[in-house]
Design a protein around this ligand. Sequence first.
Ligand code: FUB
Length: 646
Amino acid sequence: MKEILKLLFLSVPLVTTAQNPVISGQFTADPTARVFNNKVYMYPSHDIYAPEGVRQDWFCMADYHVFSSEDLVNWHDHGIIGTQEEIPWVNPKGYSMWAPDCVEKDGKYYFYFPAGPKTGRGFGVGVAVADSPEGPFTFEAEPIKGIFGIDPCVLIDDDGKSYIYWGGVSGAPLKDNMKELADKAQRMEGLPSGFKEGPFAFKKDGHYYLTFPWVREEEGTEALAYCMSDEPLGPWEYKGIIMKESPTGCWTNHHSIVEYQGEWYLFYHHNDYSPSFDKRRSARIDRLYFNEDGTIREVIPTLRGVGINHANTRIDVDRYSDAAKEVELTYLDTTNTFRGWEVRLPKKGAWLTYNDVDFSTIGERAYLTANVKADKNTRFVIREKNKSGKVIARINVQVETDGQRRRNYSGQWFAVTAPLAYIPQGVTNLYIACEGEAVSIDWLQFKTPEKYFTSASATPAKPDGEGFIRRWSLLEPIDKPNRSNTVFTDTYLREHFNMEYFSGQFTIIPEDGQKVKAGKQRLTWHKLDSERFNVKLFRFADGLQKQIYGVLFWAVTIIDCPEEIKDVRLAVGSNSASMWWLNGEEVLLLSGDRRMVKDDAVSPRITLKKGRNILRGAVINGPGMSDFCVRFIDEDEKPVTGFEIK
Ligand code: FUB
């Protein structure tokens, strides 16, 4: 069973994205990051909810996962690499698989981990070996002799010698086999007094660094601190703090430091997804900088984290880089914190910034979708970089009063869209500010509309290979509120399609850009070629920022036949109901709540006269998508293609 579960994890990788914490859906504490084969691998410990019968107020961990990423934004979960039940010396009911490490030597990957043993007390440190950083790992039958403690970390020096550090803090050289101590353990000298654990050692520019979580004040919590030395096992000189204690009181912190593609990163943890119990933690990443003399600058934890977000992916602006102090951050759902956060800009002028968004994939005519919540109509602006930066988009948040269309109900989440006034180049920072009443934002996404239409050219078109007519004059949607499509009976449709909405409705041969008045609406005709066999009316309306639901569309096209073509049938599919007229005569009615299906309905036999034939259609829809596909078929149900579309 365990094997099956393991396989399932391996074959259904979880891809998680961006910002801090970097993994959601599961807890990931004590993250050790290593670079193997040009990717960053993260080996965290795996906090879980304690099962019944197991101590509820303590750390609880039963297995390890490994994650990898090429951009520090998208993380791939390679699944479980070891469980407490399968490792020979580990207590299968210990739930004590604490902070691990993994290093590579001569093409083999050595995974080190602490756990409670089957017999005896305390912690031992085990090792497992694999040919790949993702495993499968083979576990040694016994823990490493001479190590009693937690949190192993291994440093491989430039001369190939390896050293292992653990607990608070001891160290020893490792034999070449990486599985045994080459000498006895020694306490590291020169470290500041106070509780320490989770050592992470590394070497840079000839300096050895020993970094560790440290309780520097009585009754305090863990800060991250470091010492430096010219020797791998010290003596050490205390240098300072890398990260201060958690501002929200998470007792532990545990970290690793890694260089990737020329930049340095601090991996650490915080109890973001478990605010009321700090023993369920989640991995975070922030940039780390060195001073010229090799000392480390303090890292200020951010919600934004690291990596570049592509503008066309969902950007959780609640994980902002910086914000005005009145900005409020809350969980979307306190019963499921993994759903993440929402940010509230409570008043006019409240702002936040979100750094490093890449617009290079955003094309012309782009627009923005934002998931928002508001009680009253309001507005917010997105500028490039800062308060006086260029306006990228201004978003009007209209809270619905009649509840008929987009369902933008007060106090509930809904999506709003706005065209982009300006498209930044490359990677830039966003500045978002409220310009009216309070507004909450969950995410933003920039989009370039897929191409559904092009302007019709002057050259006549032909039906496509299957006979579908793709050139049409389409009128912008007429407001025709209907809550459901079930009202579209023959009687309703005859009455409502034959009503006059605009003058010349049954005779007009519209010019591109020609305007008509339908009630209070002033609407424009657009002469278009559809990119697809089905004419996507929904996309037509959406692309023009017009209403998409509860609407009536009118379409006209001109069929030019070199000869009379007898005994053809008009074959139509539409979403939803539609009616079609050829040369002024009704030829087909599609009633009811329809989906668009090719040749869903066919007309009686009709004749296409020599020369110009005017085909006119009207499509009505309540909620949902609207589109149609139209062709003529002959008596053998073959498409008729011997005409031009003008
Ligand atoms: O995750 C369990 C323990 O908490 C780690 O081993 C310590 O470093 C602390 O983070």
